[in-house]
Write a protein that binds this ligand. Structure first.
Ligand SMILES: [Zn+2]
Length: 476
C-alpha cells in the first residue's frame, strides 16, 4: 500500500479503526503527521471519527489521534499478556501446546493437549536409547537405522501425513538418518515423560522475533505423558555425551575406555594410541596435554593391563552390591527407607523452627524503627537480610520435602540402580556397555594405581550410611 501512496496512485486511506493501521504509536503517528500529508493523502478512521480533511480550529483532531494511539498500544500489550498467560497456565498444567509433537509421540485422539506414544516410532526411540547405552555412537546408530531402512523422522511424518515443523529435524536431504538427528532425540527430555515448553518465544509483544529463552524460565512438568525412557537411562545418556565428545576428534570409533580415563596429573582425558613393533601390536592410553600446558608426569598405561585391572575392580564392586542387595531384601529395606524419611522429617522441623524465628525477628523490626532503636538504613538492611534468610529456609524445606517423599517411594528406586550393576554379575569380559553403564570415570594416578568413580555412587554411599546406622541401632 505504501508504494501505491508514494507512486501517487492513492489519495485517500480509510481504515475501520486505528489499530488496523499500525500497532505502534510511533509508527502510526509518523504516517498521520508526516507521510500522508507529504503525499497529500487524506486519512479516515471510521470508528475513531478521524478525518484529516476535517480539522477543527484548535487542532484537536491530532490530539485525539494521539490519545487513541496510546490507548491502542496499551490494548495490544494487554492482549499479548493475556494470551501469553493463558498459554502459560496450560503449559504449567502439563498440556502440550505445541503444533508438532516430537518424533515418537502423537497428539491424543481424546485430548489434543496430551501426548501419547506413536506405536511404531516410539519403539524406534526406545531402540535408539538402548543402542546408545550399549555404547554405540550416534553416527553408528544412524548407520544402523539406515541399514534397517527405518524412515527418518521427517520422512516418517511426511509419509504418514503427520504434521511436522519447518526446521524441526536435521534430516539429510536423502531422507536418511544422520548423527545429528539421533543426538537431538537422545537429548530430548520429552522422552522421559517430562514436558518442557516455552523454550523459545517472543520476548515481548512488540518484538515478533522468536528467541531462545533461558533454561531457568522453561516450563517443566514431570509425568505429563507416558515415558519412553526411564529417568536413570536418560541421565546416563547425557553423561555419556560429555564423555564421548571429549574423545579425540579424529577417533570416530568409540573404544572400551573412550572418555572415561582421566590423567591423574592434569585431569585431562586420556586418548588411545596404537604401537607396532614388528608383528606385535599393542594399544595404550596416554595424556595428550603435554608439559607446556601443565601436565608434568603423564602416565602411559597399556590397554590390556587396564582391562585386567578394571575388570577385577568392577567385579569386586558388583560383589559388594550383590551383598548389599541381599541385606536389603525383605523387612530391612522398609526400615532403612523409613529411617531415611525420618531423618528428613527432623531436618524439615528444624528448618521450620528457624523460619518461624526469622519471621518473628523480621516483624519486630518495624517496632524498633518506630521506637528509634534502629535507623532507617539499619531497618532496610536487616529487613533484607531476614527476607533472604526466610527465602533460603523455604527453599530448603521444599527440597527436603521432595527428598522425604522420594525416600518413602524409594524402595523401587533403590533396586533400579542396583539392578544396573547386578545385570553384569558373572560377566566374563569387560564390555563397552558395562563401562558406560557402571563407570563414571577412571583416574589413572600411576601405572599401579587407579581410582574408579562409579555411577550412582551417591546412592551407594547413602545406602552404606543407612545400613551402618541401622546396624548400630540393632547392636545398641
Ligand atoms: Zn595429563
Amino acid at each position: 500500500m505504501m508504494r501505491d501512496v508514494s507512486d501517487g496512485k492513492i489519495n485517500c486511506v480509510i481504515v475501520k479503526d486505528l489499530s488496523r493501521l499500525g500497532r505502534e504509536y510511533i509508527e502510526t503517528g509518523r504516517y498521520l503527521r508526516r507521510i500522508f500529508p507529504t503525499y497529500g493523502v487524506r486519512f479516515i478512521s471510521i470508528n475513531d471519527g478521524v478525518d484529516t480533511a476535517v480539522e477543527d480550529d484548535n487542532g484537536n483532531n491530532e490530539l485525539t489521534v494521539t490519545m487513541k494511539n496510546v490507548i491502542n498500544e496499551a490494548y495490544c500489550r494487554d492482549i499479548s499478556i493475556k494470551t501469553r498467560s493463558a498459554l502459560d497456565v496450560k503449559r504449567r498444567s502439563g498440556d502440550f501446546t505445541g503444533a508438532f509433537p516430537v518424533y515418537g509421540y502423537l497428539k491424543s485422539e481424546e485430548d489434543k493437549n496430551r501426548l501419547v506414544p506413536d506405536p511404531y516410532a516410539s519403539n524406534i526411540v526406545k531402540a535408539i536409547f538402548r543402542m546408545r547405552l550399549e555404547g554405540r555412537s550416534a553416527a553408528r546408530i544412524a548407520a544402523e537405522l539406515n541399514r534397517l531402512c527405518v524412515l527418518s523422522p521427517l520422512a516418517y511424518k511426511k509419509n504418514n501425513g503427520l504434521p511436522y515443523g519447518k526446521n524441526g529435524y536435521a534430516d539429510r536431504a536423502d531422507c536418511k538418518w544422520s548423527a545429528t538427528t539421533v543426538i537431538r532425540i537422545l537429548q530430548d527430555e520429552t522422552y522421559t515423560g517430562t514436558l518442557v515448553q516455552g523454550r523459545r518465544g517472543t520476548p515481548d509483544y512488540k518484538n515478533k522475533v522468536v528467541e531462545a529463552i533461558p533454561a531457568s524460565q522453561w516450563i517443566r512438568v514431570e509425568d505429563a505423558h507416558e515415558a519412553l525412557v526411564s529417568q536413570l537411562d536418560f541421565r546416563l545418556v547425557q553423561q555419556l555425551r560429555g564423555q564421548d565428545t571429549r574423545t579425540s576428534p579424529k577417533e570416530d570409533k568409540v573404544y572400551l575406555f573412550s572418555g572415561v580415563l582421566i590423567c591423574g596429573c592434569c585431569g585431562g582425558r586420556m586418548v588411545r594410541k596404537t604401537n607396532r613393533s614388528g608383528d606385535r601390536v599393542y594399544h595404550y592410553y596416554h595424556c595428550p596435554t603435554g608439559k607446556k600446558k601443565g601436565c608434568h608426569s603423564p602416565v602411559t598405561v597399556k590397554e590390556s593391563e587396564l582391562i585386567r585391572c578394571v575388570s577385577d575392580l568392577v567385579r569386586g564392586y558388583i560383589g559388594n552390591i550383590a551383598t548389599l542387595s541381599e541385606m536389603m531384601a525383605g523387612t530391612e529395606l522398609v526400615r532403612i527407607c523409613q529411617e531415611k524419611a525420618m531423618r528428613y522429617a527432623a531436618q524439615i522441623q528444624d528448618n521450620e523452627r528457624q523460619l518461624e524465628k526469622t519471621m518473628e525477628f523480621r516483624s519486630r523490626l518495624y517496632e524498633n524503627l518506630i521506637s528509634g532503636n534502629l535507623t532507617k538504613q539499619e531497618y532496610t538492611h536487616h529487613k533484607q537480610m531476614y527476607t533472604r534468610r526466610a527465602e533460603q529456609l523455604q527453599a530448603s524445606i521444599a527440597e527436603l520435602r521432595v527428598k522425604a517423599e522420594d525416600a518413602m517411594a524409594g524402595l523401587e528406586g533403590q533396586s533400579v540402580w542396583m539392578e544396573r550393576f547386578l545385570q553384569f554379575e558373572g560377566m566374563e569380559e569387560l564390555t563397552r556397555s558395562a563401562v558406560v553403564q557402571l563407570i563414571h570415570s577412571i583416574r589413572v594416578v600411576s601405572k599401579k594405581e587407579l581410582e574408579i568413580k562409579y555411577n550412582f555412587d551417591d546412592e551407594y554411599r547413602e545406602l552404606m550410611e543407612l545400613l551402618a546406622s541401622a546396624q548400630s541401632r540393632k547392636a545398641g
